[in-house]
Design a binder for this molecule. Sequence first.
Ligand code: SIN
Length: 533
Amino acid sequence: MITTRYIGELESRAPLFFTDFLIVGSGIAGLFTALKASEHGRVVVLTKKTLKDSNTGLAQGGIAAAVHEEDSPFLHLEDTLEAGAGLCDVAAVNVLVSEGPARVRELMEIGACFDMKDGNISFTREGAHGRARILHAADATGEAIRVALVNKCVEKDNIDIQEYHYLVDLLGNDSSRTCHGALVYNTITGQQSVYIARCTIIATGGAGQLYQNTTNPDIATADGMAAAFRMGAELTDLEFIQFHPTVLFGYETQRFLISESVRGEGGRLYNTRGERFMGKYSSMLELAPRDVVSRAILSECTATGSEYVYLDMRDIPSARDRFPNIYRTCLARGIDLEKEMVPVSPGAHYTMGGIKTNTRGETGITGLYACGEAACTGVHGANRLASNSLLEGIVFGARIVDNAGEILYHRQINQEEIYRNFDHAWVLDPPAEGISPADAKHEMQATMWNKVGIIREQNGLKEAGAKIEHLYRHLTRGDDPLAYMEMVNMLTVARVVIQAALWRRESRGGHFRSDYPERDDLNWIKHVSFVNL
Ligand code: SIN
């Protein structure tokens, strides 16, 4: 349970730091926004582990943008809207596709190198894109971008990057709906500190760790979404979870992605009986939208009594050179993808919903902004088009800072005002005895995977709701404060995912209900949002 405690108690033990921009999260959205913000003032970037730990660094396929001379923002918009299954915010998508190419060029200027062919950018194709428009750096595009951003950020004197600093909670004033910064926990020293900022930006990524099988690293625990929610921000579209169809089969929670670009370059799916099956499910075959391919794989697994299907890369010319990272990882597991097929199954990959923002990154709480996967700008609708997420991070991160002049002018904070204005921080006050964070995580991930996964239905969702509620109410601190706080955040967001999934009685994009298998445009062209559930 979460109770309030006055900030006065914190003042005596937590040192105060002041900055203009406080950015929580160090993936592409956080670091790109930090670079932009550093043109206007002092920036602090908090990251809960190290700069190496983010979903960005794991992104393989690439970044989509209408950069090719035969492509256009309009074509990119069409594909994004089609994938989003009727729920995209068209104005936000228009911003994404029209501002995207300029932001991608900026990435290149700061040192992100994408693959070239005969002196031109080499584009690849992924599912539901009408043409090849994905810029990539072999099969480790996110890592190339991450390294370029980190190198640039560390050059800047006015960007202060704090690793192992975890967001406990946002600090603010309830009645005026204002955020003044964050209470932060150093996971190495155990020290708490207060960061006061004129502008606090949540860029903490998604919620993949809610699920038993995920491509996301262990840091993807929905922290920013939960903290913003506690402060009164709206969480929206959280029933839409994207499951990536081709994740290397295994029993660990975080599993290795086999990029969709593998299928874009000719990879084919076979069931364990050796039948190429996608023709039964979609005329787009292996490049059908991810939800269609994921359900097709589940259906083939059920029909064959297997836990996986096979991805065949043997006919892709020079697969080893085009996908060196995937090649090496498979080989380390004893699979030579040039000679044999790779066992794959789906895993939770991306959270389409999140903290509701407008196209300026505003959350409705003064001083609080969000970008990247933590935010819901409306560009993804019910299903994100492949490789639009890295693009979203830079386009909308930059847009927050476009208004920096206004933000900094209106938020001249002085220390006295801060003391007067803090109502409280949310401080965690668990029962002395109960379910440990480790046990709760295990149970939550299994429940979410089995009942709130690729295929959902009312009874299962209700059972999941009851289970998550039980865990939420009986969670105890254990001896690891970080694990406990992460667990509170994940359970907070899991409750919203389940309620949203129960509420939406139709199937669309990343939300499939076997009891309502059809898309219902008459009743459901609308969003499910929660405030303070
Ligand atoms: C992939 O490489 O398949 C992932 C790209 C994405 O999720 O956008």
